[in-house]
Write a protein that binds this ligand. Sequence first.
Ligand code: GRF
Length: 222
Amino acid sequence: MSSKSASVVILISGSGSNLQAIIDATQTDNYPVNIAAVISNRHNIKGLERAEQANINSVVVDHTQFNGREDFDQALIKQIDYYQPDLVVLAGFMRILTRDFVEHYTGRLINIHPALLPDFPGLNTHERAIESGVQQHGASVHFVTAEVDGGPIVLQADVPVKNDDTAEKLAQRVLQQEHLIYPLAIKWFAEKRLVLKDNKVLLDDVVLPETGLNYAQVVENQ
Ligand code: GRF
């Protein structure tokens, strides 16, 4: 890996399909990202197997072994900072992070959320999207701030809701889009094109709209 690569630490709690998409991207040309480590808050998850298969360091920081959120987050910071990453990537990391944690990584902490934020923050987004009758659902990559799923948005991908959709079917189609937009946003960051400044997202020095860029439009303009 060339010294110009950005170093990232990826936090997971489960299947790690987004982690896999990022691993796959790092194995292509012109993808200047080095995954320094994968950190999980749970043992025996598929995401850890994926890290092992790709020969990536992995560490478990088990949240059940700590007295509270603060202690857990401090242990997490210690682990992450050991690797001195340029970027911390939340990829299905199912813990709410303390303000101290989030502020420690301001501007270098990103998340992917399975909904078109600001709609449907929180859990069970696919069920809620179907129940609410929206026609467009999707996924968002955003910088993380102390407000859960509330940070400035980088990139969104739309996924139309079908009449006969179930939460599982919709989730699968949303995941396919997640696997496209997350590696792309990380690439922009690694190339130093993507910056958080005064709580606004800039790509190539241009402030992005409140809902970030739309992936279909990005592809169209390529
Ligand atoms: C994804 O839907 C992501 O948006 C959400 O949790 C899920 C993680 O999936 N935050 P995976 O572990 O990457 O397969």
